[in-house]
Design a protein around this ligand. Structure first.
Ligand SMILES: CC(=O)[C@@H](O)[C@H](O)COP(=O)(O)O
Length: 255
């Protein structure tokens, strides 16, 4: 179990709802993953009729919706999108995403911090997508974010934990959940993130664009559980030299 703001979740795998071949496939993958929190881009919503084939099925599955501000290029646009989402979806939960550069989709740290501070004051439960920068993550915590979502690698790149050493520092210093988001391209990447001590991971592309998203969702769920169990069990420390698994005896001396 882990907690974000006032909600408790048993699944530590969060899913994105984009890139699936159909809404039905997305629902089936969500079900197979056991995930309880799904992010969806505000720009995809039909704001005049929010009970569409994306939102309604997720609500019926009792999934916590996490609208995201993907597409916003600065704090002003993100706050506008957040207000729209709160109105349309009746939730104050928000994944704050501000990435002005369409090529690498790197989050803008300055606009993200400014928007986060403002959105917290406006009553939003803010989970910012951010660079794997320990100082920035601390600042986001100080302005009242309920979790941070530092990137493993660029969104959709499937490159895994490129930011591993920074993530380690962020996790060590955080007083709130650290959710590794973006770039996790294989279940082993998710397991590695959990082994580091992440509270949870968010995955979209690797599941949605696989040959069998339902099976891949299950594979990620197993990997997240395995990584968490390993973290709790305490991983063995890598050593430079060999150490024998069995104690040496003098049995060769009898030859
Ligand atoms: C859906 C969403 O929020 C993505 O922006 C998120 O960062 C996931 O990244 P991947 O698609 O790389 O898993």
């Amino acid at each position: 179990m882990f907690q974000i703001a006032d909600r408790t979740f048993s699944s530590r795998l969060l899913l994105g709802s984009g890139k699936f071949a159909s809404p039905l496939l997305m629902q089936q993958a969500v079900r197979a993953s056991g995930c309880q929190l799904v992010t969806l881009a505000i720009k995809r919503l039909e704001l005049t009729k929010p009970q569409d084939d994306l939102v309604t099925p997720l609500r019926n599955m009792h999934i916590q919706l996490l609208p995201n501000t993907s597409g916003a290029k600065n704090a002003k646009e993100a706050i506008f999108a957040a207000e729209l989402a709160r109105e349309a979806l009746q939730t104050n939960w928000l994944k704050l995403e501000i990435h002005p550069d369409p090529r690498y989709l790197m989050p803008d740290p300055i606009e993200t911090l400014a928007a986060a501070e403002q959105l917290v004051k406006l009553g939003f439960v803010v989970l910012p997508y951010c660079s794997a920068d320990p100082v920035l993550c601390k600042r986001l915590e100080q302005v009242g974010c309920v979790a941070v979502m530092p990137l493993g690698a660029a969104i959709g790149s499937n490159q895994g934990l490129q930011t591993r050493s920074m993530l380690q520092i962020i996790i060590e210093q955080a007083q709130m959940p650290v959710i590794i988001d973006a770039g996790l391209g294989a279940p082993s990447h998710a397991a590695a993130a959990m082994e580091l001590g992440a509270a949870a991971v968010l995955v979209n592309t690797a599941i949605a664009s696989s040959n069998d998203p339902v099976a891949m969702a299950g594979a990620f769920a197993n990997a997240v559980n395995a990584g968490r169990m390993a973290y709790l069990a305490g991983l063995a420390t890598p050593q430079q030299q060999a150490t024998a698994s069995s104690p040496f005896t003098d049995f060769l001396a009898t030859l």
